[in-house]
Write a protein that binds this ligand. Sequence first.
Ligand code: GSH
Length: 275
Amino acid sequence: MGISSSKKAAGIVLKNCTVWKADRSPACRSVLMALDALNLSIKEVDVNMDRDEHKAPDMIAMNSLQTLPILKDHRSVITDSHAIMTYLASRYGYPRFRRGYLLPRDPGDRARIEQLMHYNSGVLQPKYRVAAYPILYNDCRHVMPQQVSDIECSYNEMEIMLGEHTWFGGTWPTLSDITLVATVSTLNIMVPIDATRFPRLSRWFQLMSKESYYLTGNAKGLKEFSDRIDRTEQSEEGGKIVDIKFPRLSSKRRSLTQAEQQGPVKSTIKMHLPF
Ligand SMILES: N[C@@H](CCC(=O)N[C@@H](CS)C(=O)NCC(=O)O)C(=O)O
């Protein structure tokens, strides 16, 4: 694990706030995007899940579920990305953005955003885990037919949810779009979104991929996820596994040049298609 020290601060620096994260994790990337969209800078600690650092005693003391991300703000510890994002937006976003920006103040509008976040947590994330974990942690090299069809079923649900709208939760991108794009961009690596079958979802994904917080908060970790999957192949061929850490403040991560950022990543993984 590594912690960075402050150099040139950008945005609002929260001195007593730390996030423990792994960039390849979609849940962590949604928090990074929320931080960047809110222009907040906190201490970011990289945790290596391949080395089980998230299962170390000090981590379990904060989160018995042994998952990332974990946010600590003063003495409050929050261990779910959706709860972290709504906390950050309401605690540090509301004073600055009167209409609520990423998380509307109006209870009805806010409920719509939260409903979509529950969809992410309850439907998409489990599908991600079932498809990705055997590849990340076991010797599996394929997304199996059942997983392909389950994920495409969710693409279809989201296509219908979007209807004639551009964004999921409102008339501009909100936390619901951020949480969904973190998972969808990762699922897209394993089961590419077919633009002819899911044109609205595909267009939404393209639009989200251009948001500045997507570039600073999601693109690099997504590439890392894609490479991590490829690494399975490398190790099987005797290739060297290189572990790279990027400990820094949120503001420093954001200050990476656009040239260093990666756009949407193409899938390289083999699929067992059901036909
Ligand atoms: N609902 C939780 C899910 C958190 C979660 O499952 N995180 C994954 C990474 S995406 C994790 O920590 N997995 C532990 C592991 O891979 O061992 C959230 O959104 O924070």
